[in-house]
Design a protein around this ligand. Structure first.
Ligand SMILES: Cc1ncc(COP(=O)(O)O)c(C=O)c1O
Length: 374
């Protein structure tokens, strides 16, 4: 995509924000132009970042925020963002806990009740929470994905015991990108959450075909024992200024606050400013969603053309069986200037590629054809 085309894609709609949006869009254009002048740099399609970048409203908000950088984050600032998120999620502000919470959540749940608590998750998967739990004496129980590389809900439920502290699901899953059927997921949560806390990490759900129909927040709102984690690091393009939050059952939210999490002092002021600006850009997520979905469709068509088995990814990455060892494929792609995701054992021949900007995807697809000799 040319810089002007990207600019058009990310123009903001609200009239009031037009000046800010223009300044932000100009910066975005300059960044793209600067990238274009560095053709030799490898294309990094490794960590599921959103290369379309943050809303154009973010840069001006950060410039303004820098003026007050000598100040700590105030209770009022944290409360304002919390209120905004609570309204967006349709819950009371007391159910929102701000912060990059996955690791502290694993740690605190593991500490509560002492060592030996079980943490169930899908393998392969995103291990931040369970690794943190293990550091405090938690026992990690890995459950293989099913044959469509989805969270295997019946198998996960079957592993719950009286020792289970939490069941951790990522939906869409990382690295497979698959989503669980909403009705089956809801039934799973209703059943399992009677026996243990269910945690659903929806880090990639904004990229999916049906955010509203798939989010588990409706169940938290209805009083089920399920915590939903979201992050501004992915779809909102703010991986370098990370902020996440939980929508948690009241008792869990209170417990996390008692442990010192979620407070104003815990938060980066600029991250709060960036998140608030992103939320003000009403059309931003839809533009990101559509741009990523179009590229994902193209990626899947390329993989089909190469006759490579792939998952039905609903995230901003694709996952496919290259038919030869991951290290071999990754090295061949790297030689063509394309960096891809790490291996996820036991899927020794599968490769995860983050969806990049359109020209980067074209380059990666050409490199893949070359690497596979097709
Ligand atoms: C499933 C999942 N959750 C969370 C994150 C990161 O979220 P945060 O930056 O808010 O810790 C990632 C990043 O790769 C992820 O894949």
């Amino acid at each position: 995509m040319s810089a002007p085309a990207a600019l058009k894609l990310f123009q903001t709609r609200p009239v009031k924000s037009a000046g800010l949006a223009l300044a932000g869009a100009l910066l975005f254009t300059l960044l793209l132009a600067a990238q274009a002048e560095r053709p030799a740099a490898p294309v990094q399609l490794t960590l599921n970042e959103n290369p379309f970048g943050p809303s154009p409203l973010v840069a001006p908000a950060l410039r303004e925020g820098i003026r007050d950088l000598y100040r700590y984050t105030s209770v009022e600032e944290a409360a304002a963002l919390t209120a905004r998120l609570a309204a967006k999620e349709g819950v009371a502000p007391e159910l929102i806990v701000l912060g990059d919470l996955l690791e502290p959540l694993g740690l605190q749940l593991s500490l509560r009740g002492g060592p030996g608590g079980e943490f169930i998750y899908s393998v392969p998967g995103y291990p931040a929470l369970v690794d943190a739990a293990a550091r405090a004496g938690g026992v990690v129980v890995g459950v293989p994905l099913n044959d469509r590389l989805e969270n295997d809900l019946p198998a996960l439920a079957a592993r719950v015991t009286p020792r289970t502290r939490a069941v951790f699901l990522v939906n869409p899953h990382n690295p497979s990108g698959t989503v669980s059927d909403p009705a089956k997921l809801a039934a799973f949560i209703r059943g399992v959450s009677q026996r243990a806390l269910v945690i659903v990490d929806e880090a990639y759900l904004e990229f999916s075909d049906d955010f509203a129909g798939r989010t588990a927040v409706a169940l938290t709102r209805a009083g089920e024992n399920v915590l939903v984690y979201r992050t501004f690091a992915k779809a909102y393009g703010l991986a370098g200024l990370p902020l996440g939050y939980a929508v948690a059952p009241r008792a869990v939210a209170d417990f996390l606050r008692q442990q010192g999490l979620g407070g104003a002092r815990e938060q980066n002021r600029l991250a709060l400013a960036a998140a608030a600006a992103s939320l003000r850009d009403a059309g931003y997520l839809a533009r990101v969603h559509d741009a990523v979905a179009a590229e994902r469709t193209q990626w899947h068509a390329v993989l089909d053309g190469l006759k490579l088995r792939h998952t039905d990814s609903q995230a901003n990455f694709v996952y496919f069986d290259a038919g030869r060892p991951h290290a071999e494929v990754a090295a061949a792609l790297q030689a063509s200037g394309v960096l891809v995701g790490r291996a996820f054992p036991p899927y020794a021949t599968w490769v995860c590629i983050t969806i990049g900007l359109p020209p980067d995807n074209v380059r990666a697809q050409a490199a893949l054809r070359q690497a596979l000799g097709k």
